[in-house]
Design a protein around this ligand. Structure first.
Ligand code: ZN
Length: 120
């Protein structure tokens, strides 16, 4: 007697495929969402820049800072910027960007009270 026949989801099932894609999307969208929400970007030298515009296309985001720097970043939780934002290594704001104090305060308190990956 094959009792379970018909109840096991085959690996190539469209349902499995959907779940996989959903998970993948969720896992990768968080970092950009965070950046989009904070509107802050840490440069390589550890300076915090204010984001003027952010254009997200899949796993790539084109960011323009208030000091008129445009660059493309890959969405990755393990990237330097992701680590920086998560660990809050240092907060030295870019003078050209003129990030308001309340924004930095908000960022600081957000990162202190919110766990990484919390619902944004
Ligand atoms: Zn700047």
């Amino acid at each position: 007697m094959a009792v379970n026949k018909g109840f096991t989801l085959p690996a190539e099932s469209p349902l499995n495929e959907t779940n996989k894609k959903k998970k993948y999307y969720r896992k990768n969208v968080d970092f950009f969402k965070l950046v989009e929400k904070l509107k802050l970007w840490p440069s390589r030298s550890g300076t915090l820049h204010g984001i003027k515009t952010i254009k997200i296309t899949g796993n790539i985001a084109e960011i323009t800072t208030h000091c008129d720097e445009t660059f493309v970043v890959w969405n990755s939780r393990t990237s330097r910027a992701a680590r920086w934002l998560r660990n809050k290594w240092c907060v030295c704001a870019c003078k050209t960007c003129k990030i308001p104090a309340w924004k930095i305060e908000k960022y600081t308190s957000t990162m202190m009270t919110q766990k990484w990956g919390a619902n944004l």
